[in-house]
Design a protein around this ligand. Structure first.
Ligand SMILES: Nc1ncnc2c1ncn2[C@@H]1O[C@H](COP(=O)(O)OP(=O)(O)OP(=O)(O)O)[C@@H](O)[C@H]1O
Ligand SMILES: [Mg+2]
Length: 500
């Protein structure tokens, strides 16, 4: 997409209704739909009724107009030509026989309303003057009915007709009754529609809730499956959508059945993964175990050959020393791999009271002996700190952390081992003021075979399993291990449950 168009086109992934529950959407949609239907049906009915009533009114108006015209003709015959028309009186033809209450009549001469009046509710003629009378001039004189809102008089249907003597007769009938009928019907329609809308709202809310119940059950199953830990170990996915919600004839049933199929597939895949992992672990454990014996033999023979009193050529003596040291390294690597394979296989650890204070003192003094060029300090609480666990493995955690602080830092580095007690947990920390762990290595430092590329590491023959073992042992004890490292300060902190 060209850059300049980006941002102008609508984003199809952006939905304004996102986050609105389906239940609310369905209820609101049904109410809105019904409201539109009510509005259209009500509006059309009212319009039809009004036009029908208006037609009736126009017929009545035509009758009234004829009666007024007839009365006017009589008046012309009876009146002397020079007789003046009284402008303060109502037109004589207003109360012609048969005229209904409310009928309006006016006489317009030379563009002026000379007389105007209407029959009030008691049938008594009443004069209309001023602006109300003047408004009648607006009615076209084409004999067609027009609607006019006359000031202080009300809505009227009016016909104006020019007589042969140039006098314009205006006749009108009120529309208030018609408006009243239409208004009353509009109110009734409105009330019925409102009641219908409320009823529909409640009924659709209940119906939608009932219809969505199976979907909620399916969603519940999906949520429970999503909460299972599927990433490691033996995973048994026992969750399934209930059989009643897997009927393929219904939409929800199709989702439920598909979800069940997916769970089956995932469970099968996890089972296969678990089987191959177990096989691999077993192979690793067996291989490591099998390697121990030949390695011990090689070491033994190398030592034996080294102790020989027979003169040995210097290059053979050097080769024997190399064999001895590489065998030692390989033995430790095989031991590490065997330990990791056993922890991975969930082999139970020993559960005995372990005096961590003693463990730390011993580990630091061993480290001191191995690295006399470093400065070793200790911070222990007054009371002995104990946990329940595997003393040998926990000792190995400490030894690995202290070995790292010795091997991966230059001489003269200060290393500090700390032991502390928190609420429900015990904290062991190993800190040093060495160069720190490279930033790119830090996130995966507890991974297997993760090691720095420094020449010191290579020289120390490191394998990158020390921290992986520490991590596995601590996790197997139900604890956590974390690291924080910047140049000048590296801190490994182990937290173990106090009763682990
Ligand atoms: N205290 C530390 N200071 C600097 N770097 C460290 C420290 N501890 C660990 N590291 C870095 O983390 C890497 C991984 O450590 P880990 O103990 O897992 O393996 P290793 O020490 O290289 O080998 P192994 O312990 O198996 O002999 C090390 O190679 C080193 O680069
Ligand atoms: Mg190490």
């Amino acid at each position: 997409m060209p850059e300049r168009l980006r941002g102008r086109l609508p984003d199809p992934t952006r939905n304004r209704l996102a986050g609105v529950p389906l239940r609310t959407r369905l209820v609101v949609a049904s109410i809105v739909l019904l409201a539109v239907v009510c509005l259209v049906v009500g509006g059309v009915s009212l319009l039809l009724l009004r036009s029908y009533l208006l037609e009736q009114r126009d017929e009545q108006l035509a009758g009234a107009e004829q009666r007024a015209a007839a009365a006017y003709s009589h008046e012309l015959e009876d009146r002397d030509d020079d007789e003046d028309i009284d402008e303060n009186a109502v037109p004589d033809f207003l109360d012609a026989p048969g005229q209904a209450v409310g009928t309006l009549s006016a006489r317009i001469v030379d563009g002026q309303v000379l007389q105007a009046g209407l029959l009030d509710p008691d049938g008594v003629p009443r004069r209309i003057g001023g602006a109300a009378a003047a408004a009648l001039l607006a009615v076209p004189t084409d004999g067609e009915p027009y609607t006019l809102d006359i000031e202080r008089v009300g809505d009227y249907r009016l016909i104006a007709e020019e007589r042969p003597d140039d006098v314009v007769l205006v006749t009108g009938l009120p529309l208030d009754e018609l408006d009243g009928i239409v208004g009353r019907l509009a109110r009734v329609v409105g009330i019925v529609a409102l009641a219908g809308l409320i009823l529909t709202g409640v009924a659709s809310a209940v119906l939608v809730r009932l219809s969505l119940r199976p979907l909620r059950r399916v969603a519940g199953t999906a949520v429970r499956v999503s909460r299972l830990r599927l990433d490691r170990g033996e995973v048994a996915v026992a969750e399934r959508v209930p059989a009643g919600d897997t009927d393929p004839r219904t939409e929800v049933g199709q989702v439920g059945a598909a979800l069940n199929r997916m769970i089956e597939h995932v469970a099968a895949a996890l089972g296969a993964r678990q089987a191959s992992e177990t096989q691999l672990r077993q192979f690793l454990a067996d291989a490591s175990h099998e390697l121990r014996t030949p390695l011990a033999a090689i070491r033994g023979y190398a030592e034996l050959a080294g102790r020989s009193t027979e003169p040995v050529p210097p290059d053979v003596a050097h080769a024997l020393r190399r064999v001895s040291s590489q065998t030692e390294r390989m033995t430790s690597l095989v031991e590490d791999m065997l330990l990791l394979a056993r922890i991975d296989a969930g082999r139970p650890l020993a559960r005995e009271p372990v005096d961590l204070s003693q463990l730390v003192v011993d580990a630091v003094s061993d480290a001191h002996a191995a690295g006399p060029d470093h400065r070793w300090t200790l911070a222990l609480p007054g009371d002995a700190v104990t946990v329940v666990g595997d003393a040998a493995r926990l000792g190995q955690v400490l030894a690995n952390l202290l070995a790292n602080a010795r091997v991966h830092t230059p001489s003269g580095t200060t290393v500090r081992a700390e032991l502390g007690k928190g609420s429900g947990e015990v904290m062991m920390a190993v800190l040093d003021d060495g160069p720190g762990i490279p930033a790119e290595l830090l996130p995966r430092v507890f991974g297997r075979f993760a090691r720095g590329d420094s020449s010191r590491s290579r020289a120390a023959g490191s394998t990158g399993l020390g921290l992986a073992i520490a991590h596995a042992v601590v996790v197997a004890h139900g604890g956590t291990i974390s690291v924080d490292s910047v140049p000048g300060c590296t801190a490994f902190v182990v937290r173990l449950p106090a009763d682990s």
